[in-house]
Ligand binder design. Structure first.
Ligand code: ASP
Ligand code: MG
Length: 481
């Protein structure tokens, strides 16, 4: 990108902050009021908002699509009516009568298009990824319009921008990738004039379209990615991901109640975490932020005063291990060559996986063997059948890949030996040293995944001693005793 094209930090030399609000941060009237307050606190910079569908709406739309395609039009229509009514009720509690009227006209237009799509699905009995993208995009259309009006109601100059006109992708429906040059250009064309006039642009996350205007989506959880795409296009000084947890945690707090917030992470560590199953960020999110060196913050919209997690190019937690993840539903594939591994076998293996769109999580090769870990996939029996044409194949499912992530983890052999000592009795199958310098992972039965995470967490993140009250002599006495 040339310097003149870039116009970073925006033309007026002011800071742009891209703020993404996830589904739970817009789920009800209280959440949207909090959102308005958070945006007001950022008016010293120029906010650009990326809004997810209200919590659960994307799943409900999927359900409606599936129902319609099975011929259950009545229940499909009931689901989308409920979605519409939910937005209407929110409009009712958040907006004045005239704003409510304007929003209602917009929402009714969307609802009509949504209903006719369901009719189409009922007739065709065919619900492919292309139709799915069209359908799911309504969730973000509804929510972003609602939030935009809620901001106006609070006296902010908000402007709704249809992300489908700006974010341009390939046609890989369900998981599309941006075409960067046209996306950057269109985003700048749409957003720069608004920013110049002091408006707060509000875009739906997750949604995009092909160059021909066919709706696409960026994959589930893709609003994070939208935020980074927009941040990179306008040269934002930061991207904020507002969610319902205090930041990226050392491990899943549902598995381990001692999990705590990681204050700082590097882009690389965060990308590894996302790749190895941490749910906090959409895995593709960090690439544009990394490329443009834009810090990303993960923050809790219920506790906006918290520090959250800061993700930057260079960061050190000072810990040997930054986080522990577990990826479930992993399948191990052992491919034994009948005559030594050669490039042709590797090519065939990757060809077969590609053909069935099966991504590889970890791979290891030896003289005559290829070990692969892949996500569980309905096409696996077919994949194995194809591979058996050229090699002997064993596979096992219901595995979990447990992973320790930390800068330089590989340069600290004591981490690996502690890991071994901690889980040595657990039938740990493979210790994987993938290409990344920052991860150390192993395969274990899914049923043992949680226990291994808990054990490792207590070793690498020992419980912080609660602050003691030394005020009274009796407690000191008890301690001494
Ligand atoms: N609404 C979409 C989903 O539920 C995208 C997102 O929330 O990031 O996956
Ligand atoms: Mg998310």
């Amino acid at each position: 990108m040339s310097g003149s094209q870039r116009q970073s930090r925006f033309e007026r030399g002011e800071d742009v902050v891209v703020m993404k609000f996830g589904g739970t941060s817009v789920e009800d009237a209280a959440a949207i009021r909090r959102l308005v307050g958070i945006v007001e606190s950022r008016l010293g910079a120029q906010p650009v908002l990326i809004i997810s569908a209200l919590a659960k709406v994307t799943d409900q739309l999927l359900e409606a699509g599936n129902a319609a395609a099975k011929g259950h039009l009545g229940s499909a229509l009931a689901i989308v009516r409920n979605i519409y009514v939910r937005h209407e009720d929110l409009a009712d509690s958040l907006l004045s009568a005239s704003a409510h009227g304007s929003l209602d006209r917009e929402l009714r237009g969307e609802l009509q298009a949504l209903e006719s799509l369901l009719h189409e699905l009922e007739t065709s009995r065919h619900f492919d990824l292309k139709a799915q993208d069209r359908l799911l995009s309504f969730g973000e259309c509804f929510s972003s319009r609602l939030v935009s009006w809620a901001l106006c109601e609070a006296g902010l100059q908000a402007a709704h921008v249809d992300a489908r006109n700006c974010v341009v992708t390939d046609a890989r429906h369900g998981q599309a990738s941006p075409l960067w040059d046209v996306t950057n250009q269109r985003l700048r064309d749409a957003l720069n004039p608004l920013l110049q006039s002091g408006s707060v642009p509000v875009l739906g996350g997750f949604i995009a379209s092909t160059i021909d205007g066919v709706p696409t989506t960026l994959g589930r959880g893709g609003s994070d990615f939208s935020a980074a795409i927009v941040g990179a296009a306008v040269g934002a000084s930061r991207v904020e991901i507002w969610t319902d947890v205090d930041g990226v945690m050392t491990t899943d707090p549902k598995v381990c109640s001692d999990a705590r917030v990681i204050r700082k992470l590097s882009f690389d560590e965060a990308a590894d975490l996302a790749h190895f199953g941490a749910k906090v960020l959409h895995p593709a999110t960090l690439a544009p932020a990394m490329r443009e060196n834009i810090p990303v913050y993960v923050l809790n919209s219920r506790h906006p005063e918290g520090h959250g997690t800061e993700i930057t190019a260079r960061a050190s937690t000072g810990n040997r291990v930054s986080a522990i993840t577990a990826k479930r539903n992993v399948v191990s594939l052992e491919i034994q060559s009948r005559r030594g591994v050669d490039a042709a076998l590797l090519n065939t293996v990757f060809g077969v996986l590609e053909q069935h769109t099966c991504a590889v999580d970890v791979m290891g090769t030896s003289i005559d063997r290829i070990s692969l870990l892949v996500g569980s996939n309905v096409a696996l029996p077919k994949i194995v059948e194809d591979l058996r044409q050229v090699a002997d194949v064993c596979w096992e499912n219901h595995k979990a890949l447990v992973c320790l992530v930390g800068e330089n983890i590989r340069r600290q052999p004591e981490v690996a030996s502690q890991l071994f000592a901690t889980v040595s009795d657990m039938d740990v199958r493979v210790l994987c040293q993938g290409a990344s310098e920052r991860t150390l992972s192993f395969l274990v039965d899914e049923s043992r995944a949680e226990e291994s995470v808990r054990r490792l967490h207590s070793v690498f993140f020992p419980k912080l001693e609660p602050a003691r009250d030394w005020g009274g002599i009796s407690s000191a006495f008890c301690e001494a005793g």
